[in-house]
Design a protein around this ligand. Structure first.
Ligand SMILES: Cc1ncc(C[n+]2csc(CCOP(=O)(O)OP(=O)(O)O)c2C)c(N)n1
Length: 652
């Protein structure tokens, strides 16, 4: 490295070392090791404007190895982003500091995504690169044409999600995607040889990636590799051989540099070795102003881009909400006309074929279950390798990557991704679903085959505890609609919630329509509502969701013939219901002494609805392989059985 660039890199190193030391926790090793590579990247290649972090055509920089967060915070501070001050860096890892332990996405800050769970950032970056290609195809390369760089470590590459995401990226030929692999051969337990002997070159090449190997501390080699990828024809990994904790005489190259403060004595030795004779957090004026210049050079890039952009309007800023209402109302009216029994996965497909025509930001897909999830409609065009004119992604059997990639699509430019799999495999998506919720992204998970109602495929495929697990994720709406009208209403809520992801759980089996009359109002909007009652004065409340709402109505009718009157509460979304006013909740929950719930899943969620003396009809064991009606019977989910149990409860 030239003296000048070494100084720039050392500014990152010492801000990171000193912040970790002050916080008395954090990870100095990665920033020290990768400082040289990112300095050259930011100085000569990355197109960004620190004065406008939201410039849509900026190159994206994703720190997948999120534990190295101080590398990112240092870069953002040094290049002059308003989001991070020196004081914020001094408050690294303290309450409410933007410099949180791991990078936490916030719009307009330069922190492009939340990372920390290793490998997620790689999938996000694939989503960014895909979004870029899709939009480039729509608007032309004068408007959208940028690179996505993702910094990943050994840990990211060990994670399963990396294999899924890299494989799909290679298949699709996402040539603007570049991985900077921090190949330092150290992770927490020690050298990576303890657990890995992958041949990385062969691995990447077999995915359809180019693979360049360099010394990550050699300026010439770094520059040459970055220059080369500007014209790449394939996604490219630059494997940077680096020394973790570079500059630390006693800790570099060992796991002890990974995730602990270096300690006062060692830091003094690093200062000596790297000839950095400055106080903690003090960046010499000359070095800081050079970094600031690097941050400002993007202003020129953006001005140049704006000239090409001219007055062409990008759809991304349009508001579709008014359109939504009309589409949904018409569809609800059509449904009522026929009252045709229908599986809710089919109901979802019907509305999707209208939505895909009207909303060009809606990007569908499925993890190889398009026909089962009913996610693909006749109006979709498929995205293919090197050809991004389309709005449907065949993710292959890669549920985890699909979910992480959808987060990237939503982050990039507020595209509206939805993707399908079976509800049981939400377990394979869960870490990314959690991040959709944490990042407040409008990502829509279509999860069909939502109960034992899927029948013969048996307990491996029948979700039991999944609904309750998903419902416990903060800021996630889990919908389980009961018929076509509710499916429409839930889709509408999912689309209108700009800052909340949704899971829409759908049935495989046909259901009778429970909503028989058209009402303009979206009744699912409050999460739970009174669907029916058979007397003004009632002595029982029956809560149910999804396919069991029909069963609840049947039970209610049968009991009425025996002078036990009830109301049926349909609960399409517990999460939303819990946020209603106490008045509304009181009316729904506490009109009667006797209460029961019916849901073909774990009863976990329902005890608080029915109280200690109520009854929960559900399934607290694994499912059963059988034709679905037999499976329901096996678990006592029939009106005959439920009526008997309710009468016992009331007569006791
Ligand atoms: C999914 C996940 N599993 C485990 C961890 C805990 N963890 C954080 S860093 C790390 C080791 C990463 O090693 P590497 O990528 O080589 O980083 P380096 O040691 O080079 O900083 C682990 C296991 C995590 N953050 N995410």
């Amino acid at each position: 490295m030239s003296k000048q660039n070494k100084d720039l890199a050392n500014a990152i190193r010492f801000l990171s070392i000193d912040a970790v030391e002050k916080a008395n926790s954090g990870h100095p090793g990665l920033p020290m090791g990768m400082a040289d590579v990112v300095t050259i990247l930011f100085k000569y290649y990355l197109k960004f404007n620190s004065q406008n972090p939201n410039w849509i055509n900026r190159d994206r920089f994703v720190l997948s190895a999120g534990h190295g967060s101080m590398l990112l915070y240092s870069l953002l501070y040094l290049t002059g982003y308003n989001s991070i001050s020196l004081n914020d860096i001094k408050n690294f890892r303290q309450l409410n500091s933007i410099c949180a332990g791991h990078p936490e996405y916030e719009i307009n800050t330069g922190i492009e995504t939340t990372t920390g769970p290793l490998g997620q950032g790689i999938a996000n970056a694939v989503g960014f690169a895909l979004a870029e290609e899709i939009l480039k195809k729509k608007f032309g390369k004068n408007i959208l044409n940028h690179k996505t760089y993702v910094l990943a470590g050994d840990g990211c590459l060990m994670e399963g999600i990396s294999h899924e995401a890299l494989s799909l990226a290679g298949h699709l030929k996402l040539k603007n995607l570049i991985m900077l692999f921090d190949n330092n051969s150290i992770s927490i337990d020690g050298p990576t040889s303890l657990s890995v002997s992958d041949n990385f070159k062969k691995r990447f090449n077999s995915y359809g990636w180019d693979f360049i190997e360099i010394d990550g501390h050699n300026e010439k080699q770094i520059t040459k590799a970055l220059k080369k990828v500007q014209k790449a024809k394939l996604p490219t990994a630059i494997s940077c051989k680096t020394t973790i904790g570079y500059g630390s005489p006693n800790k570099s190259g060992t796991a002890s540099a990974h995730g602990n403060p270096l300690g006062k004595n060692e830091i003094a030795l690093v200062r000596k070795k790297l000839k950095w004779d400055h106080e903690p957090f003090k960046i010499p004026e000359k070095i800081l102003s050079e970094w600031r210049e690097i941050g400002n050079k993007g202003i020129k890039h953006e001005i140049k881009w704006k000239k090409k952009y001219k007055s062409k309007k990008i759809f991304l800023e349009k508001n579709f909400l008014n359109n939504f209402n009309k589409i949904f109302e018409t569809q609800k009216q059509n449904t009522i006309k026929t009252l045709e029994p229908m599986a809710t996965r089919k109901s979802s497909e019907k509305i999707l074929s209208f939505l895909t025509e009207k909303i060009d930001t809606l990007i569908g897909g499925s993890a190889d279950l398009s026909g089962s999830n009913n996610t693909k409609t006749k109006n979709h065009k498929i995205i293919k390798p090197g050809n991004f004119k389309g709005n449907y992604i065949h993710y292959g059997v890669r549920e985890h990557a699909m979910s992480g990639i959808m987060n990237g699509l939503a982050l990039h430019s507020r595209l509206i991704p939805y993707g399908g799999t079976f509800l049981i495999f939400s377990d394979y998506c869960k870490p990314s679903i959690r991040l959709s919720a944490l990042m407040k992204l409008r990502v829509i998970y279509i999860m069909s085959h939502d109960s034992i109602g899927l029948g013969e495929d048996g307990p491996t495929h029948q979700p039991i505890e999944q609904l309750s697990g998903l419902r416990s994720i903060p800021n996630l709406n889990v919908f389980r609609p009961a018929d076509t009208t509710e499916t429409l209403e839930c889709w509408q809520i999912a689309l209108e919630n700009l800052n909340t992801p949704s899971v829409i759980a759908l049935t495989r089996q046909k259901l009778d329509q429970v909503r028989k009359e058209f009402v303009k109002e979206n009744r699912c909007f409050k999460g739970a509502y009174e669907l029916s009652r058979n007397n003004e004065k009632i002595n029982l409340t029956i809560f149910a969701s999804g396919s069991e709402v029909n069963l609840a109505i049947e039970v209610s009718h049968k009991l009425a013939t025996q002078n036990i009157y009830s109301k049926v509460i349909s609960v399409p979304c517990l999460n939303i219901f819990q946020k209603q006013t106490s008045n509304y909740k009181e009316k729904i929950l506490n009109e009667t002494k006797h209460k029961v719930s019916i849901e073909a899943a774990s009863t976990d969620n329902w005890r608080k609805f029915v109280g200690n003396n109520g009854l929960c009809f559900g399934i607290d064991s694994f499912g059963k392989s059988a034709p679905y009606k037999d499976a329901f019977k096996h678990f006592g989910l029939t009106s005959e059985n439920i009526v008997i149990k309710i009468k016992e409860m009331i007569n006791n």
